[in-house]
Structures are given as C-alpha cells and as structure tokens.
Design a protein. Structure first.
Length: 286
C-alpha cells in the first residue's frame, strides 16, 4: 500500500499536468528573500498582473476576512500579510477551477474560511488571517484529485453521496491517501509556510500533528461546523465528529460553541450573497 501511495503522490505532483502557476510567484519569492525589498515593491509586482490582482482583491474583500474595503494590493498585503497574498496568488488558478468543479466546493470553502475567522477571533488567537486562508484552502486536494482523475473521482463522490461515507475514508480506500494529505503535498510543493500547509494536511486528523495544532484544530472545527450547517457540503454529505483533541486544544465549551454557531449563521448569508455576486460577475465577463 505504501508503494501505491508513493506512486499516487508522484502522479499528483507531476508538474506537467498540474495547473500552470503564475510566473509572478517566482519573482515575488525573490523579493521576499531579499531583505532590502519593500512591501511597496512587492505590491507593484503583484499589481502588474491585472487578472491576479482582481482575484486577490475579490478574496480579500470576501466574508472570510471581513475587511470589505480592501481597494489596493498594498492594502491587502498590509492587512493579510505577504504569505497569505502569496498563497492566494498560487491558488488563483485553482479557485477558478473550483468554482466550476465539485458541486458546492467553492461555497463550502468560503464558508469554512468565515467559520475559521469567527473561531480564531472569538478565541483571540494570533494570525487570524493565516488561519482563515488555511480553511479557505483546506479542500484544495479535492480539486487536484478531480483534475487528475475526473471520471473516477466523480464516480467515487456519487457513490459516497449514496452511502453517506466520509470522503476521506473513501479516498484512502481507493488511492491510499486522502484529499487532506494531497492538499498538504500541494502546499509544500508550492513552498507555502507550515502554518498554512499543516492545517490543510491535518484538518481531518488533528492529533497526528505536533506543530500548528491550534491552527489545524480551528480548520477542523470550521469544516465540521459548515458541514453541520448544511451549507454547501462540497461533495461530502457526511458530517465528521468533532475530534476531542481539537475541542480540548481550543478550550471550547458548549456556551462558546453556541456563540460561534449563532454568529456563523448570520455570516453565511453574506457568504451566499458574495458567491452569487462572483458568479454574476463571471457570467457578465464570459
């Protein structure tokens, strides 16, 4: 099984068939590594690509972050941080695919980003924006698996919907791994920092990581809450159980959870409106 898993990893990460990543990423990396580079230089570089800039600003103004008035790339970099902006650049082509991919996955991802932001702020955690971004990207592995194995994966998802079995279990039975690990592979391949790649990789198995466990716990909770709400489950009808490690690591109790759920229910209206606005804009542009 381990050999099969390794073969599957090589197949997934075959750069010849991965979505083409913007060339601007390598230039941004060079600026980030140069201690003399300024935030303004980085912002000018990103702003030079109008398509990518538009996508970043669209996401920066999404309910996942709650700013709503991010009007420039410089603004986005100050509010979200360079790592988050970089991850959104890397993901821009994937998000475009996601919108027309697995039914409801785009909205589920947006909802998870919002839920993670609410949890992180309610618990007064640091790096709320990074946590929101990890939640926004937590199911990125599903998109990549679908790109590589479209017919087979769609059939698995249909069978999964009928049986009500968790998608990660079905994936492990068929591929020797699951979308969470695939997402982690991809994040590492893109050189995203561990504070993003680890929560993506371990959002279904929080107790398997010793680093960034709080962030992984928030992403896990966000995924569970969005699935439990019935809001765009993204190809997975099963609601996972809250893992005790995540519950205890975050110091949650029923009272705090009730407050989080109440705030989330209000915010999901904004998510739905935001998603509809995006689709309307895309339809006008095509």
């Amino acid at each position: 099984m381990e050999d099969f898993r390794n073969d599957f990893r090589n197949f997934i990460l075959d750069t010849r068939t991965l979505p083409t990543l913007p060339g601007i990423v390598s230039k941004l990396n060079s600026l980030v590594e140069n201690s003399k580079s300024s935030l303004q230089e980085m912002a000018r570089l990103v702003s030079s690509d109008q398509v990518i800039s538009a996508r970043i600003l669209r996401l920066a103004n999404s309910p996942s972050y709650g700013f709503y008035r991010v009007s420039t790339i410089s603004n986005a970099m100050i509010l979200l941080g360079v790592d988050v902006v970089k991850s959104l650049i890397l993901s821009s082509s994937i998000f475009e695919i996601m919108e027309n991919s697995i039914l409801g996955l785009w909205e589920h991802s947006l909802g998870a980003g919002v839920a993670a932001n609410i949890i992180a702020k309610r618990l007064k955690l640091q790096e709320c924006e990074e946590i929101s971004t990890a939640a926004l990207l937590h199911d990125i592995g599903k998109v990549i698996i679908r790109l590589k194995l479209e017919e087979e994966y769609e059939m698995l998802l249909r069978n999964n919907e009928e049986k009500g079995t968790a998608s990660d279990l079905i994936e492990r039975q068929n591929f020797g791994t699951d979308h969470a690990e695939v997402g982690g592979w991809l994040a590492q391949n893109w050189n995203l920092p561990e504070k993003l790649s680890v929560p993506i990789r371990f959002h279904h198995n929080v107790d398997e990581t010793e680093i960034h466990q709080v962030k992984a716990s928030v992403v896990h909770m966000a995924d569970v809450l969005i699935r439990a709400s019935g809001f765009s489950r993204g190809g997975d009808t099963c609601v996972p159980r809250i893992q005790p490690t995540a519950w205890n690591r975050l110091g949650l109790n029923d009272s705090i959870l009730s407050e989080i759920v109440e705030e989330l229910e209000d915010k999901l209206v904004d998510v739905k409106n935001f998603s509809m606005e995006i689709h309307a804009t895309d339809d006008r542009q095509t």
